[in-house]
Design a binder for this molecule. Structure first.
Ligand code: GDP
Length: 431
């Protein structure tokens, strides 16, 4: 059974991208099933240069892999073309042979971005990346969206929609005191970019299923993470798409029968970007400074897309248990084990919550309940040794081994791979 799923099981930025990049070696196709360019994966190329991917799947730097942007995603043509150009500048050439975009993926139009901007200046402000993601998914649900298929099928319709929607949003912008958008200039630029993507657009569900029938292997790559899932996350501090295994089936058009491996990625440093409850959040400035790291380093705790400093906290296994329950996670990947000593001589791990006098082993299902909960911690000793060159689990300091084993025992899912540094080779694979 040939589909492997890789998903984030915390609040995003777990390091899914570099593991998806590593797993791409063993798969023929890497397919993104949800979200837009609001997330950011960082992969480090063999020559040491780092490479930020926002919508392009993580197989893009692998010559053997076909990359699919599935129907569950949303596409901003301008941003995607910038990403494609950036990749080619780094020596990664992209054409119809290694990139396909679903004709059913929805297009983020200029007015979607404007609607996000308008929301951010108003009282319903949510601290979004202003990428137009929520408005485009809202249009999809309203059945008034425009899909990639329009590019090859009816470009005049796209021109009309783009221009008329900008005119509409300009009225709202005037009322809100925002600059108006130049209709002709923005429409021209948008259409020029959309047309460039026409050659990649195809029926990716059919393509994927044909390849699966031939025995080829697909890596389904999720963006964002469990707690940001539109249904299962801490609504309303969530994203607008399905970030769980369920999103693979709807977002790629492949059956559950093909899925044989679900890998959940969690990071030893719990991080979060944006608003929302964070029960294990750390406020101690000294600890935060160590955990944020040097901002010029690839593995610092700042957003890949936003550059914002992430909120940081203690590892929350109660929340991870909920993610693993919903995803049916069979294997856990733990990243940033090399950062655990930054917490201090000991590290706290949240193993459950207490809410209204009751103990909870699994974190609650709503943001307000998380807010009312007190995390229950176990304290473990850390280690001071640099572990970034270690490749065998048995060579880790005993405290580091105990830390990993404690996690496995608590969540009852094996930790099969461990990140000990941001580079591709800085991984312990347990057999
Ligand atoms: P993604 O969106 O889940 O792919 O995660 P990001 O790429 O945004 O964030 C993960 C960050 O952690 C990146 O800066 C990676 O380079 C870094 N990273 C991932 N795994 C490790 C690890 O094991 N150790 C260290 N030090 N950094 C890591």
């Amino acid at each position: 059974m040939p589909v492997t799923v890789i998903v984030g099981e915390q609040r995003g930025d777990e390091g899914k991208g570099r593991f998806a990049d590593m797993l791409a070696d063993e798969h023929d196709i890497v397919a993104r099933f949800n979200g837009g360019a609001n997330a950011g994966h960082t992969v480090v190329l063999p020559d040491g240069r780092d490479f930020a991917l926002h919508l392009l799947p993580s197989g893009i730097a692998h010559p053997h892999a076909v990359n699919v942007i599935g129907n569950g995603t949303v596409v901003d043509p301008i941003k995607l073309n910038i990403e494609i150009a950036d990749a080619s500048e780094k020596g990664v050439d992209i054409d119809e042979g290694n990139l396909m975009i679903s004709s059913a993926a929805h297009l983020i139009l200029p007015h979607h971005i404007s609607l996000d901007e308008l929301r951010e200046v108003g009282s319903a402000k949510q601290g979004t990346t202003k990428s137009g993601i929520a408005p485009v998914y809202a249009d999809k649900a309203m059945r008034s969206g425009v899909r990639m298929e329009v590019i090859n099928n009816d470009i005049d319709r796209l021109v009309n929609i783009v221009a008329s929607k900008i005119e509409e949003t300009n009225e709202q912008r005037c009322a809100a005191g925002l600059d108006v958008i130049d209709v002709n200039e923005v429409t021209d630029r948008y259409i020029t970019n959309a047309v460039l993507l026409g050659r990649f657009t195809t029926d990716t569900a059919l393509y994927l299923n044909r390849r699966l029938k031939q025995g080829d292997r697909v890596l389904a790559e999720g963006a964002q993470a469990f707690l940001l899932d539109i249904d299962h996350g801490m609504y309303d501090a969530v994203t607008s798409s399905s970030t769980t295994v369920g999103g693979v089936m709807t977002g790629l058009g492949v059956s559950h029968q093909h899925i044989d491996r679900v890998i959940g990625v969690s990071k030893a440093v719990q991080s979060h970007v944006g608003g929302g409850p964070f029960a294990t959040e750390i406020t101690d400035e000294g600890v935060l400074e160590r955990l944020h790291g040097r901002l010029d380093q690839v593995d610092s705790e700042t957003g890949t897309t936003t550059g914002r400093k992430r909120r940081l906290g203690h590892l929350d296994l109660a929340a991870i248990k909920r993610a693993q329950m919903t995803n049916g996670t069979g294997e856990m990947v733990l990243t940033k084990l090399d950062w655990v000593s930054r917490y201090g001589e000991t590290v706290l791990i949240c193993t459950g919550y207490e809410r209204k006098g009751k103990s909870l082993e699994v974190s609650p299902d709503a943001a307000y309940k998380i807010q009312q909960s007190t995390p229950q911690y176990t304290e473990l000793p850390t280690w001071q040794q640099d572990i970034s060159a270690i490749r065998d689990f048995g060579d880790l300091p005993p405290e580091a081994q105990r830390y990993v084993e404690f996690i496995e025992e608590t969540v009852d899912v094996p930790v099969t791979m461990i990140g000990v540094g941001p580079r591709r080779d800085q991984v312990i694979v347990r057999t």
